[in-house]
Design a protein around this ligand. Structure first.
Ligand code: IMP
Ligand code: MG
Length: 204
């Protein structure tokens, strides 16, 4: 095991936990058709897996936001870069988040969504860095409590890379990671490359 980074939540544990979350949500929203809203880009992997564990006629929608500086300086205020495609008035909304850290971004986002008068708004977060919370937030659904370390993989990036790492990694030494981000390469999916059709006929 590397002292820079290690697997914190493995893909099989993630899969099982999402199955449980999906069963709970299916029960809680019986007879309703919630809309799952994901915040790009980190939440997209979680949303893709979670929605297939929910047996309801749900809808999905995406929002993209950009922060003004760091979360703390901006008090969570964000600029909406891409808004939802559909009106959420009267709908049951579930915000699907990869990770809740200080909670500033999410609490701002919830206030924006609530101003549009949905029937309800709940949060489903895969990871909860609860010790870092600045604003109190009720997370109705929560995958795992997350240690106070930078995490990468399963949608979460390090400088826009490594979102496709199938496990969730915890970084124990940020300086070492910044000096050499390639320490994360061994955690990428292991795939045997097959030559494409085009290459095969060119080589024939
Ligand atoms: P908050 O406003 O402090 O709760 O910020 C939450 C957002 O910060 C998340 O949606 C992530 O995009 C990002 N974030 C927080 N912690 C991590 C981490 O450990 N790895 C990757 N992104 C993170
Ligand atoms: Mg996010």
């Amino acid at each position: 095991m590397s002292d820079v980074v290690s697997v914190e939540f493995g893909r099989e544990d993630i899969r099982r936990r999402i199955e449980e979350l999906g069963r709970t949500i299916t029960g809680d929203y019986e007879g309703r058709a919630p809309v799952l809203i994901s915040v790009l880009k980190g939440g997209s992997v979680f949303l893709a897996d979670l929605m297939r564990e929910i047996a309801l006629p749900l809808a999905i929608d995406y929002m993209s936001i950009s922060r003004y500086g760091g979360a703390a300086e901006s008090l969570g205020r964000v600029r909406i870069v891409k808004d939802l495609d559909h009106d959420i008035g009267g709908r049951d909304v579930i915000v699907v988040e990869d990770i809740v850290d200080t909670g500033l971004t999410l609490s701002y986002l919830i206030s924006v969504l609530e101003s549009r008068e949905p029937a309800s708004v709940e949060v489903c977060a895969l990871l909860d860095k609860s010790v870092r919370r600045i604003v109190p937030l009720e997370l109705r659904y929560r995958g795992f409590d997350c240690p106070d370390e930078f995490v990468v993989g399963y949608g979460l990036d390090f400088e826009e890379r490594f979102r496709n790492v199938p496990d969730i990694l915890a970084v124990h030494d940020m300086d070492a990671l910044r000096a050499d981000p390639d320490v994360l390469l061994p955690f990428l999916p292991r795939i045997e490359p097959v030559p494409s059709e085009g290459q095969r006929s060119a080589n024939a």
